[in-house]
Unconditional design. Structure first.
Length: 377
């Protein structure tokens, strides 16, 4: 069973006066879960174990020590109810949207003595912000119907909703989608809909059935795919087996950044350091402060080998990257310190400042376009 993410937090929220034990007026279930209503909700519908939810919460051990809080992080948590501790799965089903409730969750419904997790009975204050209903199992989940389109590879699909766009993505593009996946016996194994958050990824870096299938779509389209095992996970251990069925909605297409004209070698006007790092400013920044080698930074970036092959891009994933500058390749550690916030810069990083021939890593000199979004700390 997946557990709730335990975050390291510096601020604390005071523990409730009844943190040590549930009061007499608390509701109790047969499982041993206790709870009491803190604020009535405005909704009428309750989530099921198959649904996803968005919540704010704070958790304490019974001695009053706070161990986690989405409120302190300033970001609500979203998750599938069947993917968290048993006390949460049961307890959230008692709630309606807008409700706040306090739970006393015995250890056997919490982390069961799991190493590194809070021990004993746990107390949570939870506010239910939103419910993400699980998509119903398709009636044709067992096999593609006769009217489905079929490709030479064995991929089958049918349009559920026509799109509004005109362009189709290519295998080199990134896409943003909502999706749900089932095995042919109707068991759901994944859903961005239930998690309440679309996903973005380079189309050339997913299972072949996705790479092929999503290229059939236009923006706004919803389509159902029947993906045979040889186009899916090919029997890989721990992955869903057999033919897989996906409902996919294409939300956006992200075109890859163009290969730089000077990707093969740094131009004469590039600035060079004693270490061999070369760079040139593409867009001047608006900040005044430079990060240090100990800073944590948020960036957008794309990387190419010197023959123009892109090997990584946060732009295609639709998600900025955040990392400590002392935990990346030496060329990044040195180079990003030259930048200020909002600056875009191109780097030519020699192999000895990059991956040094490490297996399964890009080889030779690497070229990166980097945008410094912010200095986190």
């Amino acid at each position: 069973m997946l557990t709730l993410l335990l975050a390291l937090v510096q601020e604390t929220i005071p523990a409730p006066a009844d943190v040590a034990a549930p009061p007499k007026e608390a509701e109790r279930s047969k499982s041993g879960l206790a709870s009491k209503l803190l604020q009535a909700g405005t909704g009428k519908e309750r989530p099921t174990a198959d649904d996803g939810v968005k919540v704010h919460y704070t958790g304490w051990t019974t001695d009053g020590k706070m161990f986690d809080s989405s409120i302190v992080r300033g970001q609500p948590a979203t998750f599938a109810l069947n993917g968290v501790i048993a006390g949460w799965t049961e307890g959230l089903q008692l709630m309606v949207r807008g409700e706040k409730r306090r739970f006393w969750i015995p250890q056997e419904l919490a982390y069961k003595g799991q190493s590194g997790a809070p021990a004993g009975m746990l107390v949570f204050d939870v506010e239910l912000l939103e419910i993400f209903k699980a998509p119903p199992v398709p009636s044709d989940v067992a096999a593609a119907p006769k009217e489905a389109e079929r490709s030479k590879t064995g991929l089958a699909s049918r349009v559920l909703k026509a799109g509004t766009g005109k362009d189709h993505p290519t295998a080199e593009d990134g896409v943003k989608v909502h999706y749900t996946g089932w095995t042919t016996d109707g068991k759901r194994f994944d859903s961005s809909v239930v998690r309440g958050e679309p996903v973005a990824f380079p189309l050339g870096r997913v299972i072949p059935g996705w790479t092929e299938g999503v290229q059939l779509m236009v923006k706004g389209e919803q389509r159902r795919f029947w993906i045979p095992e040889e186009l899916a996970y090919k029997g890989r251990s721990g992955a869903p087996q057999g033919t897989l069925v996906f409902d996919v909605e294409l939300l956006d297409i992200v075109k890859p950044p163009p290969v730089p004209a000077d990707v093969a070698a740094a131009p004469k006007e590039a600035a060079k350091t004693a270490s061999g790092l070369a760079s040139k400013v593409l867009t001047a920044g608006t900040g005044k402060e430079h990060p240090t080698s100990k800073s944590t930074v948020e960036v957008h970036y794309t990387g190419w080998t010197s023959d123009g092959k892109m090997f990584d891009s946060s732009v295609l994933r639709g998600q900025t990257a955040t990392f400590a500058l002392d935990r990346v390749i030496a060329g990044w550690t040195e180079g990003v310190q030259l930048m200020v916030v909002a600056e875009k810069r191109r780097f030519w990083i020699p192999e000895e400042l990059a991956y040094k021939g490490a297996p399964n890593r890009p080889k030779g000199m690497l070229v990166f376009d980097v945008e410094l979004i912010r200095i986190v700390k």
